[in-house]
Design a binder for this molecule. Structure first.
Ligand code: DC
Length: 217
């Protein structure tokens, strides 16, 4: 049972691929972005301007867990309520905070204990699981990531503006790459997969072969 880390910018298809790869391998899929989103969701629901310390103490009063590909907040699965644009921006802001990252570090490591997991995020190969058996850095051009997000939101029935999505993706990338603690970056020993001109199946087959052949293609 291996431990697999997948990092990359937003909109690169990490969630879909990580979920499908986990299914193919019979592993558990852990979406760490959903854990960060849950903290942002709690912050927005508290509805006041809390310091990070105050926020984390409110978070501590609640019970966050992860099961079957979903975050459980006090035992209840959080669905799409953590996927709105407002929560995305709030998450990106909060994930710069060292205390927030620290808070989630032990939970993430506990979830990966024993292996048999595909864990996806921004700093899994670099910080959370530096000894992961296989590390991927999954990316795609900014243009293509914006296009995919646009299609996804339209499919949800939202009215969306492509230029606005491009600007949001760019803003999030900049924040994720330039923050001081655990910035988004490719681990030295990660395999780079650029999905710009690849279908989801092609990406999945490529990554699965790396895992099945112990990195060597
Ligand atoms: O993958 P996502 O879009 O659900 O992530 C939401 C935000 O959380 C994103 O702005 C980056 C942040 N994040 C992070 O900093 N570290 C992680 N391991 C996962 C997500």
């Amino acid at each position: 049972m291996k431990t697999i880390a997948i990092d990359g910018p937003s909109g690169a298809g990490k969630s879909a691929i990580a979920g499908a790869l986990a299914k193919r391998l019979g592993y558990e899929y852990i979406d760490t972005g959903a854990l960060y989103r849950t903290i942002a969701y709690i912050a927005v629901n508290e509805g006041e301007d809390l310091t990070t310390e105050e926020l984390l103490s409110r978070v501590d009063d609640q019970f966050i867990d992860y099961k079957d590909g979903s975050v459980l907040l006090n035992g209840v699965a959080l669905g799409d309520v953590i996927r709105t644009e407002a929560i995305s921006q709030k998450t990106s802001q909060l994930s710069k905070e060292p205390a927030v990252r620290d808070y989630l570090l032990s939970l993430q490591r506990r979830l990966a204990e024993g292996g048999g997991v595909v864990m996806e995020g921004r700093d899994i190969g670099t910080v959370v699981l530096p000894a992961a058996d296989v590390k991927f850095f999954l990316t795609a051009s900014e243009e293509e990531r914006a296009r995919r997000r646009y299609e996804q939101r339209r499919a949800f029935g939202e009215s969306v503006d492509l230029e606005k999505i491009k600007a949001d993706i760019h803003a999030r990338d900049e924040r994720d790459k330039n923050r001081e603690v655990a910035p988004l970056k490719q681990a030295a020993d990660a395999i780079l997969v650029d999905s710009t001109d690849m279908s989801e199946d092609e990406v999945l087959d490529t990554m699965a072969s790396y895992v099945e052949n112990d990195h060597v293609l």
